[in-house]
Design a protein around this ligand. Structure first.
Ligand code: LFR
Length: 499
């Protein structure tokens, strides 16, 4: 069988529509559309919210317009399109009633969740939550957001919650389903049998039927709705296939892991640092070290930790640029700053990149300075030092996380794959090699879209439908060569492993 598939990949700062081709020789992508994903702040004062409250939301309607325009371009470029798959960031959701959107979905960086965390923890302890759902405690996990919506009364109006990629698939097909890798980030799914934890839903006061039934990646959801097919100019056969709709799940499909000694960093707005395991690790040690057990494609477990990411850099660039420069101007400024940061010779302080104070939008350089002052270490001076300090701090967090992953899993890590946008940041990759003492293999940069394409291609029979994940990863290796970074000295390797 021949044909192409379209990957819709929505990231926290930008989205894209890509065409993808896969066959027994490899996998290939072509960009069709790229568009900004700019969150929107809106005043939300009122009888319950308090006059000063400001909500942070995703502009899902703007994204829908860009996605349909991108798909129309994909159909024009490649009339032989057999399937569409949608992935995005995790945890966030839309509330609907009778199929209609109830308000605009919140951004996970919105600060309304504190009340939700308190309410959930009053019903179920953090320890029990971990043994049941296997997740790292992040205040924005879906369960906490839903508890906040319950407290505000909004949840009472809804008869359905759809995670963001599921919302787009619903709009495309009229089929409501919950894809399982993304469902695993809700905090409401058992990672052992991958089913909703009905007892947990009940105990935290959430309605059992709120989410649509679960589907595994590779499930054909259905053809496009006629109204949508006509907007994008598609024929009646074009439909949507569930992929690993959590972007990190799709990215891990495309990490060319060669064995048990290989780890990954999926590096973008966030850095997801960890291992692929055959089954979840739900020990108290894993919880205390802040690890998560997210669901992978083909039943694998993504045993990883969310340790912040290039958000620290992009948000710093935003606060330095008072003038509202375009993304292109900012990226040429970034290239220049990274070059300067690579030349910094004075040792810069390392801060805790996972500190929650760095999560909401705001002035990151000022927050880094405050962190350093509080911890009695010298704050970085000037922009190049701030950038260097951010990258050193991320690399240090990767190294600590990977050492914890080794200890918890009993594995020895020798190779670290860096995929996603951060794989193009040579300084970050080199510092990661230096601080972990491991060889870093960087790329592919578009891992998420490649994983999305491969799962669709396998489901559509463009590649052998019985291909294992390892066979799919061999197609990635055959198609793109990684850039290798080695620890800069034997001494640094020894020091990294001893510290
Ligand atoms: C990465 C990601 C992470 C998740 C964070 C919030 O894009 O999906 O895996 O922890 O965004 O959803």
């Amino acid at each position: 069988m021949s044909g192409a598939v379209a990957a819709v990949d929505l990231g926290a700062t930008s989205g894209r529509v890509m065409l993808g081709w896969a066959d027994r020789d490899g996998v290939r992508l072509r960009h069709v559309a790229r568009f900004a994903n700019d969150p929107v702040t809106v005043p939300e004062g009122g009888s319950r919210g308090g006059a000063g409250r400001v909500g942070l939301h995703w502009d899902v309607l703007g994204l829908w317009r860009s996605v349909t325009a991108g798909l129309a371009a994909a159909v024009r470029d490649e009339p032989d399109l057999v399937s569409i798959g949608v992935d995005s960031w995790a945890v966030d959701y839309a509330l609907l009633r009778d199929g209609r959107l109830l308000g605009t979905p919140y951004h996970y960086r919105d600060e309304r969740t504190a009340e939700g965390v308190a309410a959930v923890h009053a019903a179920v302890s953090p320890q029990e939550l971990f043994t049941r759902a296997g997740l790292q405690h992040l205040p924005f996990n879906t369960v906490f957001q839903l508890a906040a919506d319950r407290a505000s009364g909004v949840l009472d109006l809804a008869d359905r919650a759809l995670l963001v990629p599921d919302l787009f698939s619903w709009w495309l097909t009229g089929v409501a389903a919950t894809e399982s890798t993304n469902a695993s980030t809700t905090g409401l799914l058992s990672p052992v049998d991958r089913a909703w934890d009905v007892d947990l839903l009940d105990r935290v006061g959430l309605p059992g039927g709120l989410f649509a039934s679960l589907v595994e990646p590779g499930t054909r959801l259905g053809p496009l709705l006629p109204s949508v097919a006509s907007i994008i100019g598609a024929g009646p056969a074009l439909g949507v296939t569930a992929v690993g709709s959590h972007d990190t799940a799709s990215a891990v499909v495309a990490v060319p892991l060669a064995g048990d000694d290989a780890a990954y960093v999926s590096s973008g707005t966030w850095s997801l640092v960890g291992l692929e395991l055959p089954s979840p690790l739900l020990t108290e040690e894993a919880r205390a070290a802040g690890f998560t057990n997210e669901g992978g494609v083909d039943g694998r477990t993504r045993f990883l930790k969310n340790v912040s990411g290039l958000w620290l850099l992009s948000e710093s660039m935003r606060s330095w640029d008072g003038s509202g420069a375009s993304a292109a101007e900012r990226s040429s400024d970034l290239a220049a700053l990274l070059a300067e940061a690579a030349e910094v010779t004075r040792p810069v302080s390392v801060f805790d990149a996972t500190d929650e104070r760095f999560s909401p939008p705001g002035d990151m350089p000022a927050r880094i300075e405050a962190w350093c002052v509080e911890h009695d270490v010298e704050p970085p001076r000037g922009r190049a030092e701030v950038v260097r300090s951010i990258l050193e701090s991320l690399a240090a967090a990767y190294a600590t996380t990977l050492r914890d992953a080794e200890r918890l899993s009993g594995r020895t890590i020798r190779t670290v794959h860096v995929v996603g946008g951060g794989s193009q940041n040579a300084l970050l990759c080199q510092l990661t090699a230096d601080r972990t003492g491991c060889t870093v293999l960087a790329g592919p940069v578009e891992a998420t879209a490649i994983g999305n394409v491969l799962v669709q291609a396998r489901a559509a029979g463009l590649v052998d439908p019985s291909s294992s994940l390892e066979a799919l990863r061999a197609l990635v290796s055959a198609s793109s060569a990684p850039v290798t970074y080695r620890p800069r000295s034997v001494a640094s390797r020894a020091a990294a492993r001893a510290s």
